[in-house]
Design a protein around this ligand. Structure first.
Ligand code: NAD
Length: 429
């Protein structure tokens, strides 16, 4: 158990305001239908549950869990569960709204949702986390389900936690329907119905986007230097796949330390260290520890934020010297930070495109479970690559059509699909 934490609360800087700013800009430019705009500006359902759990010391603690379901015009709600102190209703709202845009942009039959529990998981034993997860799942009850709302991993949640959710949810149903409920969550371990490649899907997708950017901007990834903020699922896998393209990892920041080596940091050695050290990079001897404030100013070509929201802001965006920011995290750049990056001609591959490999991987896991099939990792990664290439090309084309930045064009692609759906289907009654 680690007590050290230097995590900055993301909520106080307002992820919700950031997503609503982005939405308003795109809706204005594309002239989104006013009725559809009203619908999409609100979340459909917001669930807050308080539930008790007995801790290892025998005492009872009451936890607060959230699930916000933004929109399901395109299909069941889909989005991660986050275990972090900054989880609250506004954070869940913002992250749920980003999921609606992301699923729409990727062409998936999903809506958007997000949730989690407000806690620091490092303060709890594995047994406690299992009881917290199972009791949270029970408290959510039939507000989630394989055809209603399908959670997945996010910050501080992983395949193990997804397996506990799937098991708890299925155990509360009739034994005859157990396997009809397996796909209530995605990101499960392989033995519990998981998909080969789902673990690496988001990082793989970040690099697929960077490859498209590299071809388009005629700047080879080979020889480029990159820095990664957050060395969890997304940060590690992005580093792993970028190395295969011939790029060099020269800086990493997580919640415990910031490290730098201009000659290169080995992500595999860093992962080994981090796994043995409570998933923290602090104490790694293969690079020099520097001040956290130096991180975004490091000389490099690619910046990959892969931690929390609102990390690239009006205060630090001007320090970034890179050619491109590839948003592995959700909402890592706030409105002021974005303006500075745009003025400085730093390309941004926006989160709803850049990290969509995760939800695309989840979609294939869900389909695999629905069809009772088992797919090979090569097939899965190829399908993810294909969907990302399609979305990237649409974003570039739409950016030319409206003469706007890629974030706004990604929104326009996503919002057009939602608008068409409402126009074709109409509004009940
Ligand atoms: P994770 O829990 O595996 O890793 C999070 C990392 O962020 C850790 O290394 C942690 O130390 C670091 N971190 C936390 N606070 C920090 C701070 N203040 N400064 C620097 N680093 C900090 O989480 P993850 O699944 O890799 O998710 C990372 C981001 O990617 C989140 O924004 C998440 O929403 C987004 N995302 C994840 C997925 C997925 O499939 N896991 C998919 C799409 C988007």
């Amino acid at each position: 158990m680690t007590t050290q934490t230097v995590e900055k609360p993301e909520r106080k800087e307002g992820m919700y305001e950031v997503v609503m700013d982005q939405f308003a800009r795109a809706a204005d430019i594309m002239n989104l239908d006013p009725g559809v705009r009203k619908i999409l500006a609100k979340t459909n359902t917001e669930i807050v549950v308080h539930f008790p759990v007995r801790l290892d010391n025998g005492k009872i603690e009451v936890f607060t869990g959230y699930r916000v379901q933004h929109n399901n015009a395109l299909g069941p709600y889909k989005g991660g569960l986050r275990y972090h102190e900054t989880v609250d209703i506004d954070a869940a709202r913002a992250l749920a709204i980003w999921m609606t845009w992301k699923s729409s942009l990727a062409g998936l039959p999903y809506g958007g949702a997000k949730g989690g529990i407000q806690l620091n998981p490092k303060e709890y034993s594995k047994g406690e986390l299992e009881r917290i997860t199972r009791r949270f799942t029970y408290a959510l009850g039939d507000n989630i389900g394989p055809d209603l709302d399908i959670p997945a991993p996010d910050v501080n949640t992983n395949a193990q936690i997804m397996a506990w959710i799937a098991d708890t949810f299925s155990s509360t149903k009739s034994p005859a329907t157990r396997f009809a409920n397996l796909h209530v969550v995605t990101g499960k371990p392989m033995g519990a119905g998981g998909l080969a490649g789902r673990d690496r899907a988001t990082g793989f997708g970040v690099v697929a986007n960077l490859k498209s950017w590299s071809v388009r901007s005629k700047q080879p990834l080979k020889g480029m230097r990159f820095i990664v903020q957050g060395f969890g699922n997304v940060g590690y896998w992005t580093s792993h796949f970028l190395l295969k393209e011939g790029a060099t990892l020269i800086g990493v920041q997580d919640a415990t330390a910031t490290i730098h080596d201009p000659n290169g940091i080995d992500p595999e050695a860093l992962l080994k260290h981090s796994d043995a050290n409570g998933r923290n990079i602090k104490g790694f001897t293969g690079a020099k520890e520097i001040e956290p404030s130096e991180f975004f100013g490091l000389e490099c070509d690619i910046v990959v934020p892969a931690a929390l929201g609102n990390q690239i802001t009006g205060e630090n965006a001007g320090n970034i010297k890179a050619k491109v920011v590839a948003e592995g995290a959700n909402g890592p750049t706030n409105t002021a930070g974005e303006l500075i990056l745009r003025n400085n001609r730093v390309d941004i591959i926006p989160d709803i495109l850049c990290n969509s490999g995760g939800v695309i991987g989840s979609y294939y896991e869900w389909l695999q479970n629905k069809r009772s099939e088992i797919w090979k990792i090569e097939e899965v990664l190829e399908m993810i690559h294909d969907k990302i290439d399609t979305a990237f090309a649409q974003v570039v084309a739409t950016s030319g059509e409206f003469n706007v930045d890629w974030r706004t064009s990604a929104y326009i692609v996503a919002l057009r699909r939602l608008e068409n759906t409402y126009m074709e289907r109409g509004i009940f009654p």
